[in-house]
Design a protein around this ligand. Structure first.
Ligand code: WT7
Length: 634
């Protein structure tokens, strides 16, 4: 590490000896160097830590760029690693999942018990005719049956498509249709801030709009009356008590490159795209990064407070930690229910050692003041993590000082649904600068470049690119390989680099600072939404003719959505209509997409080719210079 002035800055935080002495990775620089010089050798060594049914013949097959293949010829199933192999060790009796419901109910499951539940549900899915390669859609609250359903799919070689339980009818219906799912797994509802969410009725409406579903399996969680249809609807508990739901089920042996799941995420234009991840590479990548970044030990209690409906939940609540044999904490509800000490009381109660959450959650809890964490002994915490958006220095300090007693290093992790796992992040030995995700992970080569692919100068802003493939990368966009190439690989085709869609800068010490999206993707509370989706939800309202959505800074959410609409002829804007439109977007897409404001305009700033110039709207809203307007239509 260079020790120039900026590294001596009082804003650099050095990890305590108690952590560096025992760290899984002690010498980042040496291992990193090796991982770049001998990339395939490095990944082969990591892959050897897993259980393979047959060893690969080739680590990286790049004969059909950018459709890279990893560990080809290898046979594996992620479940052989996340569950099966633990059953033959001391981990059989180790707690796999501690789950707490919002009302306070608790379930604890050992790896042995998790295996039984997963096997039983795998047999249920089989009895419904679910086949290898088929996509099962899962739309659930944060209850143990959610990871159980995911793992059961993987076990029998089916793919899952988890749709975040906070999404609503339109979003769910679209994802079901795109995946062509025949089976949907859902719940009657979930608990959120003392209230019951209406998952099953949303699922029913979505099934009306997307007729591919033949079988819907519903977990009874909240117990309200729900509509069930003969021949289509089944209660989870009924099926799980049938003889067919035997606790013994063979794990399907898969090719390393067989798809494990698809996960929809918002893009710049049009409908959300389903990114495809595979059994082999994803297993290697999520477990390696989880072990290195969070320094996990057998005795840890790991809490990734994300929803499994997002990639963070897939990679670091379910797959990565279970492969590493960790004890995983899961919580159903709101962080401030019934009081803002809920998380801290859980940390104390379960002796949680590592907490991984988002800047939004931290800012939200920070607002309530430090008296809430102060009520609890949270000294079990050893490491903290952040993900989803840049963390502002104020939130970083609060997290570090109040939650981490000034002793817990903060792992600010940059990555994406597309990358499958963490790409840029410190390890516990890395000196930290608040707001910087610091350094690339092993095997990852990052650059910040201009449009010609030239490195920008230290400290200057440019586009973030990844220069070489990695095992956790998404393999394609489901059903649309051209879009995969177009979105990520076209711009730097000549160089063969992956374009992340973010802007960033690299400082004199080689520290990477991610600034934010450069496309029309909005991060609201760390959740990813496309302006195109919000706009299409608005236009689906009978009063709206055209719409534009932009992001403006928000104190807690990071960004909030602000929208501009042109009404149909004869319609007039009003406070009432504004409320109605906000509600409409929320009902169509889900509460996270609810716009902060709706403004009524006579026209929208457009280019001569008809593209909405969102940056002009944004500049006007912020009262800053509108920049180059030469392409503006009038
Ligand atoms: C986008 C990806 C990765 C899991 C959750 C988000 C932003 C993510 C950071 C960070 C700055 C971050 C980027 C990225 N982002 N982590 N530590 N610092 N920005 O996954 O929903 O696919 O969103 O989130 O803009 O492109 P995602």
């Amino acid at each position: 590490m260079k020790t120039n002035d900026s590294m001596k800055d009082e804003n650099v935080f050095y990890p305590p000896k108690s952590i560096t002495r025992k760290a899984n990775v002690k010498d980042y620089e040496t291992v990193y160097k090796r991982s770049i010089e001998d990339r395939e050798g490095f990944w082969a060594d990591e892959a050897k830590k897993l259980k393979w049914h047959k060893k690969w013949t080739q680590v990286l097959d790049d004969s059909n760029k950018p459709f890279y293949k990893w560990f080809t010829g290898g046979k594996i199933n992620i479940i052989s690693n996340a569950i099966d192999r633990h059953l033959k060790t001391h981990r059989r009796n180790k707690v796999a999942i501690i789950w707490e419901g919002e009302p306070g109910d608790v379930r604890v499951m050992s790896y042995h018990a998790l295996n039984r539940e997963v096997s039983k549900f795998a047999n249920v899915l089989k009895s419904m005719g679910v086949k290898k390669g088929e996509i099962v859609t899962i739309y659930m609250p944060q209850i143990p049956e959610l990871p159980i359903a995911m793992l059961a799919c993987a076990k029998i070689g089916a793919m899952h498509s988890v749709v975040y339980g906070g999404f609503s009818v339109e979003a769910l219906a679209g994802r079901i249709s795109d995946a062509n799912s025949r089976v949907l797994v859902t719940a009657d509802g979930g608990w959120r801030r003392g209230k019951v969410t209406d998952l099953k009725s949303i699922a029913n409406d979505a099934m009306d709009r997307s007729p591919t579903i033949e079988v819907c399996i519903t977990v009874k969680r909240t117990g309200q009356e729900v509509h069930m249809e003969n021949d289509r609807d089944f209660w989870y508990s009924d099926l799980m008590s049938l003889p067919i739901a035997s606790p013994h089920c063979k794990t399907e042996i898969m090719d390393a490159e067989d798809p494990l799941f698809i996960l929809f995420t918002s893009g710049t234009t049009g409908k959300p795209k389903g990114l495809v991840h595979s059994h082999g590479g994803y297993s290697v990548y999520t477990s390696t990064t989880h072990r290195n970044v969070f320094d996990v030990k057998d005795e840890d209690r790991w809490w990734c407070a994300a929803d499994p409906g997002w990639i963070t939940g897939h990679s670091y609540m379910v797959y990565g930690p279970l492969i590493n044999g960790s004890t995983v904490i899961m919580y159903e509800g709101a962080p401030n229910h019934p009081y803002p000490n809920r998380w801290w009381s859980m940390v104390e109660k379960y002796g949680i050692t590592i907490l991984y959450t988002s800047p939004t959650a931290i800012r939200g809890l920070m607002r309530f003041g430090e008296q809430w964490p102060k009520r609890h002994d949270i000294s079990s915490l050893r490491l903290l993590g952040s993900v989803g958006e840049p963390i502002n220095p104020e939130a970083w300090r609060w997290y570090h000082d109040v939650i981490g007693r000034g002793e817990c290093p903060i792992m600010d992790t940059w990555w994406q649904t597309e990358t499958g796992g963490i790409m840029i992040a410190p390890m516990p030995v890395t000196p930290l600068k608040p707001g910087s995700a610091t350094k690339p992970q092993f095997g990852i080569e990052v650059a910040v470049v201009d449009e010609n692919g030239k490195d920008v100068k230290p400290g200057e802003e440019g586009k973030l690119v990844i220069k070489a493939p990695w095992p956790g990368m998404a393999r394609t966009v489901f059903g649309d390989p051209d879009r995969y190439v177009e979105t990520y690989w076209k711009e730097y085709e000549k160089q063969g680099w992956y374009k992340a869609g973010d802007s960033a800068r690299i400082d004199e010490d080689g520290y990477i600072w991610v600034i934010g999206r450069i496309d029309d993707v909005i991060k609201v509370s760390g959740y990813r939404l496309g302006t195109a989706e919000v706009e299409s939800a608005l236009v689906s309202h009978p009063a709206v003719s055209e719409a534009a959505a932009i992001a403006l800074p928000h104190e807690v959410k990071g960004n909030a959505i602000h929208t501009y609409v042109i009404l149909k002829a004869g319609m007039a804007g009003s406070k009432k209509l504004e409320e109605e439109l906000r509600k409409h977007v929320s009902e169509e897409m889900g509460p996270i997409a609810r716009p902060e404001s709706v403004s009524f305009l006579e026209s929208l700033p457009k280019t001569r080719s008809g593209k909405i110039m969102r940056r002009v709207l944004k500049a006007r809203a912020l009262g800053v210079d509108e920049g180059d307007l030469s392409t503006l239509e009038d």
